[in-house]
Design a protein around this ligand. Structure first.
Ligand SMILES: Cc1cc2nc3c(=O)[nH]c(=O)nc-3n(C[C@H](O)[C@H](O)[C@H](O)COP(=O)(O)OP(=O)(O)OC[C@H]3O[C@@H](n4cnc5c(N)ncnc54)[C@H](O)[C@@H]3O)c2cc1C
Length: 369
């Protein structure tokens, strides 16, 4: 059982503390046996449905469209992801993608677009996805080549998006494409594309070490009404960055949730594993590892709630989980063990939504100012 004293820190309101208590109780019941089986698509769909029924997805959209608060509240997202992440990585993923996948609509959509999509996202009745990355444009987002050409009252999309989480199970995709008003970042617009639009295909499913729905999408003569554009033409890059700005801090929170779980598992193991006439936790080297893990988690949590520090939280969480695997010895690398799962689940958080190196560049730029 995790230490919950962090909830007393001044960053939280009573509403956040109540949220943590309620989602933790829900997760303890719903996610107590998170063996999702081999059908990760079905598991994800069921998680979205149940997260919606339980009301947690309301935190992913603004109040007027079925949301919990007037505006999306970053700390509520963090509480939810940290708590879900502690219980089950796939549940955290299913939750996070509803917010990230619909964020462009919340930010730039008009009233009609928001009414059409957001209440269903909040209820878990529509699955969302965020389609920004391309094979030749990951960290360098402005290098994207997928195009959207205006023909009459339609846009025609051509190109490829890859690494798209929920690709294959999403009901709609928020797609960023080049509309050509200017080179680079200033010539990109945002669109919402329904999954059943002719010309949008799932080109390839991608298997990753922590399985979740992930795909490459292809757009070939994919025609959408011009009314599916989100916001003004040429504002897409800004919309994408604003979406990531809201949800990136919650990646840090998910990492902290994983790390807290790893520490819980490691302590339980260290206290029960007998060796050399005592238990593993009696050895000072183990105690030093536990101390490093606990301070790493607290440091990350303080920085996350204070400064949305994705870099510190994800890098530290990786180290904490690695220590937990070490404490488990051989058991730590057995498939299905919680720490083995965490070891696979943490890795991509250091890459997506701004890799650590990109975070460093931004921090250095602000510091050098
Ligand atoms: C599991 C997973 C889920 C994802 N889900 C989505 C999604 O839903 N939607 C979406 O649009 N994308 C998604 N992505 C894509 C993700 O955003 C990209 O992987 C990320 O932006 C990095 O791009 P890249 O993989 O092309 O790596 P590259 O851009 O080739 O970067 C490779 C590495 O270069 C380093 N690097 C980057 N910039 C610099 C620099 N300036 N100096 C030095 N080193 C640098 C970093 O270490 C980086 O990891 C997902 C990725 C993963 C792994």
């Amino acid at each position: 059982m995790s230490d919950k004293t962090y909830l007393d820190w001044p960053f939280f309101e009573d509403a956040h503390r109540a949220l943590e208590r309620d989602v933790d109780a829900w997760a303890a019941k719903r996610l107590s046996h998170p063996g999702h089986g081999s059908d990760v698509d079905a598991a994800c769909r069921a998680l979205v449905r149940d997260l919606g029924r339980a009301g947690w997805l309301k935190c992913c959209v603004p109040g007027a469209y079925g949301g919990a608060r007037e505006q999306i509240d970053s700390r509520s997202l963090c509480i939810l992801r940290e708590t879900l992440g502690r219980h089950d990585g796939l549940a955290d993923f299913a939750f996070a993608m509803q917010g990230l996948g619909s964020g462009a609509i919340s930010i730039a959509g008009n009233d009609g677009q928001k009414r059409r999509y957001l209440p269903k996202v909040a209820a878990g009745q529509a699955i969302a996805a965020f389609a920004l990355s391309e094979p030749e444009s990951g960290s360098d987002v402005a290098a994207m080549t997928t195009g959207a050409r205006l023909e009459g009252d339609e846009y025609v999309l051509e190109g490829e998006k890859t690494w798209i989480s929920n690709g294959g199970i999403a009901d709609f995709y928020c797609v960023f494409a080049r509309t050509g008003e200017a080179p680079g970042a200033r010539g990109i617009s945002a669109f919402v594309v329904d999954a059943d639009t002719p010309g949008l295909e799932i080109a390839k499913r991608i298997d990753v070490i922590a399985p979740h729905p992930l795909a490459t999408l292809s757009f070939r003569n994919c025609r959408i009404p011009a009314s599916q554009r989100l916001g003004d033409p040429a504002t897409g890059f800004k919309v994408a960055m604003q979406t990531l700005d809201i949800f990136r801090a919650s990646v840090a929170a998910a990492a902290i949730g994983f790390a807290r779980r790893a520490l819980d598992e490691a302590m339980a193991r260290a206290k029960s594993r007998k060796m050399f006439g005592q238990v593993l936790a009696d050895f000072q080297l183990t105690q030093a590892a536990i101390a490093d893990m606990a301070t790493g988690i607290d440091t990350s949590a303080l920085l996350t709630y204070r400064a949305a520090a994705k870099m510190v939280a994800t890098e530290t969480s990786q180290q904490v989980i690695d220590r937990a695997v070490q404490i488990f010895g051989g058991l730590g690398v057995v498939s299905g063990q919680p720490v083995e799962k965490l070891y696979r689940e943490i890795r991509s958080l250091r890459i997506y939504e701004g890799a650590t190196e990109v975070q460093k560049l931004i921090i250095a730029r602000e510091t050098l100012k």
